[in-house]
Design a binder for this molecule. Structure first.
Ligand SMILES: *Cc1c(COP(=O)(O)O)cnc(C)c1O
Length: 490
C-alpha cells in the first residue's frame, strides 16, 4: 500500500500543467527544412494569404516529447491500474491482438477494395457473424453498429420496420428502471414512447408492474440480463412468454454477456434481438468513449430488415450482400468498426468454446470473491451472490458517518485504483458498482478489498477533501463537462 502512494506522488510531482502554447518561444524548432530546390509552380494569391502566421507553439523537440510523454502517463488505463468500473468490463486487452491486427493483410485492407481482392478479411467477418450468432443463440448478425448504444438503436429500427411490414401499430418500448440510460435514449430516438417497469425488492423485474403495462401497443421489452445489479433475472422465461403472447419482441442489452457467454444463450431464454459490446466482452481496448463495436443478433424473421450489406458466402467465395430490399439501410460507413471486430475475433478464436466458458466462470467467481470480502464493511442491498458484478451502497455510511459513494470513489484514486461506477444503477441509493473481471489476480482483489475496508474507517472530513495525492482534487464536474476549455487564448 505504501508503494502505491510513492508511485502516485512521483507521478504527480514532476508533471507540469503547462500548455504547449505557454512553453512556446519564438524561433524554437524541432526541425529544420532545407531550402526549396525545385521551382515553385504554384503561388497562393496575396489576398488568400493570412495576415499573420497561425499562432502555433514553437518548442524544442525534447520539450515537446516530455510534454506528451508526461501527459500520456497521466492516463489511468487497464494497463496501469485496477479498473473495476462496473458495467464497463474493463478486462485486460491482450497485446497479441495488437500484433495480429497490425499484420499488413489486416491493417492495410482498404474498405473500397473489390470483394475479390479481400477474401481473407471478408472470411473473418463472415466467421465473426456466425460465431456471434452461435453465442447469442440467434440466427442473423449485423456487424455494422459501432457501439452498444448504436446496436440498441439499430435493433429498435429493425423492430419498427418489422411491425411496419406487418401493418401493426406499436408505439411503446418497456424498460426496467435499473436499465442503462442508453436504453430509453435509443428507444426515444427510434421514435417510441418509453415506459418504465419497476424493479421488485429482489432487484428483478416486477412482474405485476410489467403485466399492468403490457398491451398490444408494446413493440419491444428491453431487458439487461444479468441486469445492472449483477443479478440474473430467473423469471426470464415467464417474461419472454408474456411479451410473445402479446406479439411483442424481447431485446437483450448484451453489455453483461461477460457473465453468461458459453453458459446460457439469450436466444434460448427467449430474446429475439440483442447487441454485443465487443469492446467490453471480447477485449477491444476502450475507455473515454471509444472505440467500440456493437453488433446485433436477431431471429430469422427479423433478418430481412438488418442493415445492408451483410457478409455472405457464395460457393467458396465471400462477398458483401447488398441485395436486401427490406433492409433499414446503412447505420455505419463500410463494414463497422473492423479494428475492434478483429480484436474480438482473435480473442474468441484464441479461447475457443471452453476458454470462453472459463472466462465467464472466472468473472463470476472473482466478483463473488470480492463481494464476500467487502460485505463486512459495505451494504450490498441485493447481493448474497452475484454474477460478474455487484452493487454496494454507501447509504448507511452516509447516514452514520457522512461518507458518500463519491467520497469513496475519489479516495480510491489516492491508492492508484480507478473508481468503480457510482450512482448507477439509479435503483440503489449511493451506488458503488464493482466489476473486477476475470483477468485480475487474487492478490489484486485482496488489496482492493483491504483498501475499501480501510477507507470506510477514515475520517469523513479527510475523505471529503480526497483525492489528496493527485494534481487535481475535486473539479466542478458539471462545469468541466458543460464548459470545457478547449481553446487556447493568448
Ligand atoms: C456500456 C453499456 C451500454 C452502452 O454500450 P456502449 O458500447 O457504451 O454504447 C448499454 N447498456 C449497458 C448495460 C452498458 O453497460
Amino acid at each position: 500500500m505504501e508503494k502505491r502512494f510513492q508511485i502516485t506522488d512521483q507521478m504527480t510531482n514532476n508533471q507540469s500543467t503547462e500548455l504547449l502554447f505557454e512553453m512556446s518561444h519564438t524561433g524554437r524548432r524541432c526541425h529544420r527544412l532545407p531550402e526549396c530546390d525545385v521551382p515553385e509552380i504554384f503561388n497562393l494569391p496575396e489576398k488568400e494569404a493570412a495576415d499573420n502566421p497561425p499562432p502555433l507553439p514553437e518548442v524544442g523537440e525534447i520539450d515537446l516529447i516530455r510534454h506528451f510523454v508526461n501527459l500520456s502517463k497521466r492516463n489511468m488505463s487497464i494497463d496501469t491500474n485496477f479498473y473495476p468500473l462496473g458495467s464497463c468490463t474493463m478486462k485486460y486487452n491482450p497485446k497479441r491482438h495488437e500484433r495480429l491486427g497490425a499484420l499488413p493483410g489486416m491493417a492495410n485492407v482498404h474498405p473500397l477494395q473489390l470483394d475479390a481482392s479481400c477474401q481473407g478479411m471478408l472470411q473473418i467477418l463472415w466467421e465473426m457473424q456466425n460465431i456471434l450468432g452461435e453465442i447469442a443463440g440467434l440466427d442473423a448478425v449485423s456487424l455494422q453498429p459501432a457501439a452498444g448504444a448504436q446496436g440498441e438503436l439499430t435493433a429498435l429500427l429493425v423492430a419498427a420496420a418489422y411491425f411496419r411490414a406487418k401493418n401493426e401499430q406499436r408505439t411503446k418500448v418497456l424498460i426496467p428502471d435499473s436499465a442503462h440510460g442508453t436504453n430509453p435514449a435509443s428507444a426515444a430516438i427510434a421514435g417510441f414512447d418509453t415506459i418504465d417497469i419497476k424493479s421488485n425488492d429482489k432487484g428483478l423485474v416486477d412482474l405485476a408492474d410489467l403485466k399492468a403495462k403490457l398491451d398490444e401497443r408494446v413493440a419491444v421489452f428491453m431487458i439487461t440480463n444479468p441486469n445492472t445489479l449483477g443479478l440474473f433475472d430467473t423469471q426470464i422465461a415467464d417474461i419472454t412468454r408474456l411479451l410473445h403472447d402479446k406479439g411483442a419482441l424481447v431485446y437483450l442489452d448484451g453489455a453483461n454477456m461477460n457473465a453468461i457467454v458459453g453458459v446460457t444463450r439469450p436466444g434460448d431464454f427467449g430474446a429475439d434481438m440483442m447487441h454485443y459490446n465487443v469492446h467490453k466482452t471480447f477485449t477491444g481496448p476502450h475507455g473515454a468513449g471509444g472505440p467500440g463495436s456493437g453488433p446485433i443478433a436477431v431471429r430469422s424473421f427479423l433478418a430481412p430488415f438488418l442493415p445492408a450489406p451483410l457478409v455472405a458466402k457464395d460457393g467458396d467465395r465471400f462477398c458483401l450482400d447488398y441485395d436486401r430490399p427490406k433492409s433499414i439501410g446503412r447505420v455505419r460507413s463500410f463494414f463497422g468498426n473492423v479494428g475492434i471486430l478483429l480484436r474480438g475475433y482473435f480473442y474468441i478464436r484464441t479461447l475457443g468454446p471452453d476458454g470462453l466458458r472459463a472466462m465467464t466462470q472466472n468473472a463470476v467467481l472473482n466478483a463473488n470473491y470480492l463481494l464476500a470480502r467487502i460485505k463486512s464493511g459495505y451494504e450490498v442491498p441485493h447481493g448474497q451472490r452475484c454474477m460478474h458484478e455487484f452493487v454496494a451502497s454507501a447509504r448507511a455510511l452516509k447516514r452514520e458517518k457522512r461518507i458518500s459513494a463519491m467520497d469513496i470513489a475519489k479516495r480510491l484514486l489516492d491508492f492508484g485504483y480507478h473508481a468503480p461506477t457510482v450512482y448507477f444503477p439509479l435503483v440503489v441509493p449511493e451506488a458503488i458498482m464493482i466489476e473486477p473481471t476475470e483477468t485480475e489476480s487474487k492478490e489484486t482483489l485482496d488489496a482492493f478489498a483491504d483498501t475499501l475496508l480501510r477507507i470506510r474507517e477514515e475520517d469523513a472530513e479527510f475523505l471529503h477533501q480526497s483525492p489528496h495525492a493527485l494534481s487535481i482534487s475535486r473539479p466542478d464536474e458539471i462545469k468541466a463537462a458543460k464548459e470545457p476549455i478547449l481553446r487556447w487564448k493568448p
